[in-house]
Every structure is written in C-alpha cells, then in structure tokens.
Ligand binder design. Sequence first.
Ligand SMILES: Nc1nc2c(ncn2[C@@H]2O[C@H](COP(=O)(O)OP(=O)(O)O)[C@@H](O)[C@H]2O)c(=O)[nH]1
Ligand SMILES: [Mg+2]
Length: 321
Amino acid sequence: MSSLASRILKGDRRAVARLIRDIDDRMPSAREELKALYPHTGNAHIIGLTGAPGSGKSSLTDQLIAAFRQRGQTVGVLAVDPSSPFTGGAILGDRIRMQQHTLDKGVFIRSMATRGHLGGLTRSTRDAARVLDAFGVDIILIETVGVGQDEVDIVKQADTTLVIAVPGLGDEVQAIKAGVLEIGDIFVVNKSDLPGARKAKRDLEMMLDLRPRPADAWHPPVLQSIATQSEGIEQILTYTDKHVEHIREHDGHKHKRERLHEEFFVLLKGILHDQLESLLQSPTHSASFFEALEQEAQDPMTLAEQFIERYVSFHHTPNQQ
Ligand SMILES: Nc1nc2c(ncn2[C@@H]2O[C@H](COP(=O)(O)OP(=O)(O)O)[C@@H](O)[C@H]2O)c(=O)[nH]1
Ligand SMILES: [Mg+2]
C-alpha cells in the first residue's frame, strides 16, 4: 500500500493533512492514495452546512464540534472557501473561533481552497471527506461559504444537509426557496435572539409544506438556534441522529446509490477536465485548432466538436463499431 494511505490508516494526523493538501493541489499522486483508502471508507456520517454568508455556519460548526465531542464522537471539519484561492482558503475568523478545538486530538479541521476550475472544489471536498472517513472520524462537518451552485453540489454529497437561515431576510428566504429547499434535510433558523425568528421559522415550514412528499419520506424539520449562546444545539444533534436513522430504515440503498452516482459524475467531470486542460496546454494538440479559431476558418462550436471527436473517445461505443 502506498505510504500516505497506510500512515493515515494507522492514525497519523500529519499524513491526513498532507494528503488533503495534495488533493487540494490536485497532485496526481493523490489519486493513488485515494484508491488505497476507498475500501476503508463509508463509516463516517457526513453533515453539510450551507446558508448565506454571515448566517452563523462557522459558529454553529464550532458548537456542533463541542457537542459531538461531548458525546465521545470524533469530528473532522472541512471549511470550504471558494472565495479566497490565495490565502489557501484559511478563513481567519473561523480559525480563531475554532482554535479551542485545535488541541483536541478528536478533532481535525481543514480549510479547502479552490484551485483551478469550477467544480474542482466539489471534487476535492469529496475526496478530502473520504480521507477523513478512512482516518476514522465519526462525524464529518462540511461548512460551505455561501449558497451558490458549487455549494449545492458540495452538500449534495453529504448524508445530512443543514440549511442555515436567519430571521428578517425576506429576500434570503426567497433565495432559499429557489435553490436549497430541495437539498435541506434539516433547516435551522439561527440568530433566533433577533426579531422575526418565529416568522422565519413559520415561513420556512410553510414553504416546505407546499412541497409534495411521499408519506414515508423524511420531513425536514425547521429548528431554531442561537449559536452564540449555545442554544438549540442539542436539538440539531437529535435531528441529525433521527435523519441517519431514517436513512437506515427507509431509503438507505437509494441514499447511498444517489451519493455514489453523484461522486462518480463529479470524478468523471474532473478527470475529463484535467485531460482537456493538458491537451489545450500542449501545442501539438491544440495549435491547429487555435489557428483555425483565430482565423475564423471554422466556428467555435464545430471546432469544439472536432476537438472532442479527435481526442476524447466518446463515440467509440460498441454498437457504433
Ligand atoms: N445575534 C447572533 N449573532 C450570531 C449568532 N450566531 C452567529 N452570530 C454572529 O454572526 C456573525 C457571523 O457568524 P459566522 O459563524 O462567521 O457566519 P458564517 O459566515 O455563516 O460562517 C458573527 O459575528 C457571529 O458572532 C446568533 O445566534 N445570534
Ligand atoms: Mg464561516
């Protein structure tokens, strides 16, 4: 077995940090390490947190870490920060806030940065979660920065998705309606010390009630919390437990299948993207296409099709032979 992987399986934290960094840097060697780790994954409960910036995701993550630790569970945290490729994704405030956990051997915190293409973050976050899973943590918390498509793709890969809302943002609730209503397993109105919390809760419940749902499907609860006062945290844990139980009892197979398909799709897109990128960077492959493009000898669409035809073997399906 390759070296980083075997060190991770023996509980070496530094190897975990190293491999996650390699994944973030898209080092080719990381792929081999991941292959060695896959058979040792599938045990962690992955919980995604999404919601508008400032809604309290980091504060809640911090509280959730403490609560899970109190129950004796180990926790891995991936803080995803697509907005700051240059700082390596470290969010200073988050780091400071979570510092109380950094000496705890039962907690592993990493920030993910976006290097390269759109969607690359989705892939590296999933891969990093696999690493933490193989390392043996019980709970993996994935905190995203906002509520865009990338974030949605990231939390789609979680077992349980928490959508964090705050009171008094009518427009925000609309945004939630548009994008993340479908993906939320548990909704939390954080900052419930502020006016309008009950209304936000009712609004969300109403929107959720409007959605058609089979009788035995999971019904997403709308909870309230005040992260800064550690209020409502136990209830969130109660419901993440309930959700896991529900998955196990009702649609465990479907749940697992959907996540595997999603992961596979993300991987395929990533591999194809990397291949295309290196083809484009190699003049032997790309020069004639660029020339035709610049001279307007062909339209870009036709050229793109020809490029794919030449270098990507989509068309070699058996029934076309
Ligand atoms: N009043 C109030 N402020 C909160 C609460 N939770 C978090 N905050 C504050 O909201 C700000 C943003 O929180 P943060 O956790 O960084 O949000 P994130 O961007 O979603 O990660 C910080 O100043 C927090 O102290 C809460 O329950 N009530
Ligand atoms: Mg944050």
